[in-house]
Design a protein around this ligand. Structure first.
Ligand SMILES: O=C(O)C(=O)C[C@]1(C(=O)O)C=C[C@@H](O)C=C1
Length: 376
């Protein structure tokens, strides 16, 4: 045997510690018990599904899923972290739900977008993916019934509101049944593992804005090319070595690109919040879960003190406001729509009365939905 041969021959495996073997045997036994328990759970979900079919009621119950996860987090003795408990049970419930009926979910595609990641995080991976070319298309597919639910970005911690989503809440019949938020890490991706020779950086306008500082510092003279999604930018970069993309870790592996510079977003804690929407004729509003949020859009007649008057009922009934955004009403009168989130569900008297009083002082009033607060 030559020196070369010995270099290629793997070293013989070290003998396995008997204590480790014994622990693995216990893990194997527990996994089989867990599998049997999960199958019993799936059987129960199937029976629930039968009852729902007889009643003609919907399968997905966001409030129930939120309660299941809240309850398990409260009961968790560790060492499993609560941050692990939520995604594990999301997956379990996703698998159980898919036995009752398929869940078709529309989001801004193609594969590898943050919207897809948000959809998988919220519904679990047992879903039917309906990737769409734009946010408008997500609303259209969900309105037309090509998807049961849509997942749309509504705000980002660096860039503020996603105006297109807010505008579409006004003009479509869809309403919100849930929310989820995602830590958004942007990476510079390219076929070559170098910054030199980049002609243009292709990404969604929101991603270009969230990386504005980094791009100005490292690629000051390079064109910033807005495209329909970050994954579309990654696809273009995979075809042309002079193009770079700003996209997720998943998009890098999806399109076979190098991660030239990781985490280039200007805010290290960059997060995006997504709303889960559906059609009122196909899905009822979720019942109260105990930890809920109600989203509204309102406008008031333009007169002194109007905005103040609008907020008085909330203060009066002790209802906390967690969000207040304005968007021009395009009426040419300097009028605005206000997007308001309050804590609570109209099932509770305080929220219900506050909303009634608020409605009475508004020129326009629409409840966008009451839904469980993100439990991830
Ligand atoms: O409790 C129900 O209604 C079920 O259908 C079961 C289950 C679950 O797996 O726990 C599945 C789907 C629903 O969204 C909520 C919960």
């Amino acid at each position: 045997m030559s020196d070369n041969d010995s270099a290629l021959t793997p070293a013989p495996a070290a003998p396995v510690d008997p204590a480790l073997l014994a622990l693995r045997t216990q893990i194997d036994a527990l996994d089989r018990e867990l599998l049997a328990l999960l199958n019993r759970r799936a059987g129960l979900a199937l029976s629930v599904g039968e009852i729902k079919k007889k009643e003609g009621s919907v399968v997905f119950r966001p409030e129930r899923e939120a309660q299941v996860i809240d309850g398990l987090k409260a009961a968790n003795p560790g060492p499993l972290k609560n941050d692990s408990v939520a995604p594990i049970w999301r997956e379990i419930m996703s698998a159980c739900r898919s036995l009752e009926t398929p869940t078709r979910v529309a989001y801004l595609g193609p594969a590898g977008t943050f919207s897809e990641q948000a959809a998988l995080g919220y519904f679990g991976s047992s879903l039917v993916r309906v990737p769409c070319a734009s946010i408008d298309e997500v609303f259209r597919a969900t309105t037309a019934g090509a998807a049961d639910f849509g997942v749309v970005p509504v705000e980002n911690s660096t860039e503020g509101v996603v105006a297109r989503s807010l505008d579409l809440f006004l003009t479509t019949p869809l309403f919100i049944i849930g929310e989820t938020s995602l830590f958004v890490r942007h990476n510079l991706l390219r076929r070559e593992d170098a910054l030199a020779g980049i002609r243009a950086v292709c990404a969604h306008p929101q991603a270009l804005a969230q990386c504005h500082g980094w791009l100005s510092h490292h690629l000051p003279d390079v064109e910033r090319r807005p495209v329909s999604s970050n994954a579309e930018g990654a696809r273009l970069a995979s075809l042309d070595p002079t193009l770079a993309a700003i996209a997720s870790d998943r998009a890098a592996s999806e399109w076979g690109l190098h991660m030239v510079s990781p985490a280039i977003q200007d805010d290290a804690n960059n997060r995006t919040r997504f709303a889960i929407v559906t059609h009122p004729e196909r899905h009822p509003a979720p019942a109260a879960s105990g930890h809920d949020c109600t989203s509204l859009v309102v406008s008031v007649i333009n007169r002194p003190g109007a905005v103040h008057d609008m907020l008085v009922p909330l203060k009066h009934h002790g209802v906390s406001m967690t969000r207040f955004e304005s968007r021009p009403a395009r009426s040419d009168q300097w009028e605005y729509y206000f997007y308001i989130d309050v804590q609570g569900h109209p099932d509770t008297p305080a929220v219900s009365t506050a909303l009634k009083e608020l409605r009475s002082v508004c020129a326009y009033f629409k409840v966008l939905g009451s839904y469980p607060i993100d439990v991830h």
